[in-house]
Design a protein around this ligand. Structure first.
Ligand SMILES: [Cu+2]
Length: 176
């Protein structure tokens, strides 16, 4: 897998803190990401399991931020138990001016992250993990830096299933 081979590169830097050690340690998660049935051991410790229609959302987490750091990272896992695709359209949080959905991808041999302005598809019968670095949430204009043990409320909007509130548990800066 191309991404896995590039973990050591400094080009992996991502301002929301997903590059480097977290990616290197979790790259087995990324490799398993397109498999529909993730073992629970691969899901980071996080918030509760929330059900919304056919969707099951779990493992909500955010990373602790350094004082003065304006941008934070986080994620969750969403499983689509239904027979129709759904689509995560947007994420908002009262603790952040804007929440973007990001992906990291190789571009000209450099790992870059970009905003997925159209959100992401959650295919029928599959699990999508915004947690392992490839896909993640990025919190912009964070009002006060997330501290380990804090809770970050977010609202997810899905095209079919609608809106749901989720609480992200703030883990260490390494996402552990
Ligand atoms: Cu990012």
């Amino acid at each position: 897998m191309k991404i896995a081979r590039t973990f050591g590169f400094t080009a992996l830097f991502c301002v929301c803190g997903f590059a480097g050690s977290a990616l290197a340690q979790d790259h087995h998660n990324m490799q398993g990401m397109d498999m529909g049935n993730m073992g629970s051991m691969n899901i980071p410790m996080g918030g509760d399991v929330v059900k919304l229609g056919d969707l099951e959302i779990s493992g909500g987490f955010a990373k602790a931020m350094l004082p003065g750091q304006p941008v934070g990272g986080g994620g969750f896992t969403v499983k689509n138990n239904g027979s129709a695709d759904d689509h995560l359209v947007s994420v908002t949080s009262p603790m952040s001016g804007e929440v973007q959905i990001h992906e990291m991808a190789m571009q000209d041999n450099v790992m870059k992250m970009r905003q997925l302005k159209d959100g992401i598809v959650v295919p029928a019968g599959q699990t999508v993990e915004l947690a392992s670095g490839n896909l993640h949430l990025m919190f912009l204009q964070v009002k006060s830096p997330f501290k380990q043990g804090d809770k970050v409320p977010v609202t997810l909007t899905f095209e079919k299933a609608g809106k749901v509130d989720l609480v992200l548990n703030v883990l260490s800066a390494q996402g552990k």
